[in-house]
Design a protein around this ligand. Sequence first.
Ligand code: PGA
Length: 262
Amino acid sequence: MASNDRKPLISGNWKMNHNHFEAIQTIQKLAYALDKDDYQAVDVSVHPPFTDLRSVQTVIQADDIPVALGAQNVHQAANGAFTGEISPTMLQKLDVTYVIVGHSERRELFGETDEIVNAKAKAVLAAGMTPIVCCGETLAERNAGHAESKVAGQISGSLAGLDAVTIGDLVIAYEPIWAIGTGETATPDDAQQMCAHIRSLVMSEWGSTTAASVRIQYGGSVKPGNASELMGQPDIDGALVGGASLDAGDFARIVKFPLYQA
Ligand code: PGA
């Protein structure tokens, strides 16, 4: 882990995978594969589809599993005529701790703008949960040399209006879009460079205390074989894992990355 006080957060984003029976099996297998040393070194969250949340919550509570429950999305309004949507308090009532907002799939496939992501982040915070705010550039943007400015715009737009203390406690996930689900991972150096850039943006807008405490995850084809090197970078404080989180054994090996660090 990096030489700082930030405890890494490894989050499994199951996306639209696992029905509630499969979800129960997965959380049970994960609990079996992890032990107290793992939880001491790393915070762990799983983000099942909405229809699985109640089932996974029940297993976590019945078996006293120190894995935080997370959601993949939320609507920004408290309630009302929004067919098909889920409110922050509905998630909070299920003991959800972390809510992913502005995942690139939400931005690219469902038209979520920085303004919407910002409203969602605020709604999550108002309900007492922690947003994992995602950002990241496309391959075309990277090749055109616009990766840093794209991410800078997403950070200031998505976090607008939040105070320094609040930002210090939330999570930012840097996920280059070209690395998501493609098997193509950013090199540890590239990932580190962008996470350091994000931290410096936070520093210039919200100050050094906030920059030192905000956790920045890397996401994009994180696997058991590359996790420890990525997590060894000084500005990378965890991972948002998609595909490899669906298998409890693979995900547990990623959570155990400190065992593989020199
Ligand atoms: P991946 O997804 O690990 O399958 O690349 C990461 C994510 O989208 O959160």
